[in-house]
Design a protein around this ligand. Structure first.
Ligand code: TYM
Length: 315
């Protein structure tokens, strides 16, 4: 019996090295191991909290499918699907909404951050963890590979599953997050967590010029031999053993070290970008991938939703 993997990304902008090393690389490796039935989602209904423009939503969604294919996710080996294609996600969210309390959701980090920035947050933002619980629980995954910023969401998912099971009988499998410690929080060019919303990213498919610009603007302090923020990003591409002689030979030479990082990033990103171009040249691939994915995801999700509907007594 294969184990099950589920994860996803919001189509809210270009994916970056944080998304790749924190989550996507683990998906690719686990899919290739052949040990998992895998589901990888485009969380477009989550993105709707941020992207409220038809053309933008459409193009960001398409781009993310192309990205998934370019990093080596093969639609024959992994179910790639769009959240909005599977209405079971929003339907189960309503069922969970009747169990989840307002104070429980008020304790979520993402809600507190959103509230600190903007008092008038949407109900969708508030309810974000419940939709995410539905995303996960419909597929009964053994692992949910994510970066550490999603840890609390998976904990919330377990709590919601537990509450449902306690009230209505064993229905949902309690999922576990899978977080690799070394890449749990990939830093951006300013040393903070790399994030679309902080404007400190290096895009995974960056052009050579974008790589140069991003690396040259990595924040370095003027003390010490090793520019910490440069080293932290470099460590994603090379082992500490490989980096030791480079950093030893260039102690305090921040420009030379940045140039070494630029060369390594170009060598890493170049083939990915080329693969992306190939995929873009085949415009039907995205459509076919999503159609195939929706079919398989729907089979699994509808079966679980039906179990939940029987358990609560509406079926
Ligand atoms: P999102 O779109 O913000 O990010 C996608 C994935 O990338 C990881 N990540 C990082 N990991 C390490 N370091 C970083 N700097 C970094 N930045 C981003 C995130 O942890 C995530 O794994 N709510 C989710 C999307 C989602 C989902 C799901 C995920 C919706 N439903 C069900 C798993 C299961 C999100 O906003 O991720």
């Amino acid at each position: 019996m294969k184990k099950t993997l589920l994860s996803g990304i919001k189509p809210t902008g270009q994916i970056h090295l944080g998304n790749y090393f924190g989550a996507i690389k683990q998906w690719v490796d686990l899919v290739k191991s052949g040990e998992y039935e895998s589901f990888v989602m485009i969380a477009d209904y989550h993105a709707l909290n941020f992207i409220q423009n038809k053309e933008e939503m459409r193009s960001l969604t398409q781009e993310l499918v192309v990205d998934y294919l370019a990093v080596g996710l093969d639609p024959k080996e992994v179910t790639i699907f769009k959240q909005s294609d599977i209405s079971a996600h929003t339907e189960l969210t309503w069922i969970f909404d009747t169990l989840v309390t307002v104070p429980f959701l008020e304790r979520a980090h993402a809600f507190k951050d959103a509230e600190a920035k903007n008092k008038e947050i949407s109900v969708g933002t508030f309810n974000y963890p419940v939709l995410m619980a539905s995303d996960i629980l419909l597929y009964s995954p053994d692992v949910v590979p994510v970066g550490s910023d999603q840890k609390q969401h998976v904990e919330y998912t377990r709590d919601i599953a537990d509450k449902f099971n306690f009230k209505f009988g064993e229905t949902f499998k309690l999922p576990k997050e899978m977080i690799l410690e070394s890449v749990a929080t990939v830093p951006g060019i300013d040393g903070q967590k790399m994030s679309k919303s902080y404007g400190n990213t290096i895009p995974l498919f960056a052009s050579d010029e974008e790589i140069e610009k991003a690396v040259m603007s990595i924040v370095t302090d003027s003390s010490g031999d090793v520019p910490t923020n440069v080293y932290a990003i470099h460590k994603l591409l090379k082992t500490e053993e490989e980096l030791a002689p480079i950093y030893e030979a260039n102690k305090g030479k921040y420009k030379a070290l940045k140039e070494a990082l630029i060369a390594d990033l170009k060598a890493f990103v170049g083939p990915l970008r080329a693969r992306r171009e190939e995929i873009l040249a085949n415009p039907t691939l995205v459509k076919e991938t999503l159609e195939m994915g929706a079919k398989r995801a729907r089979e699994v999700a509808e079966k679980k939703l039906e179990e939940a509907k029987v358990a609560i007594g509406v079926l």
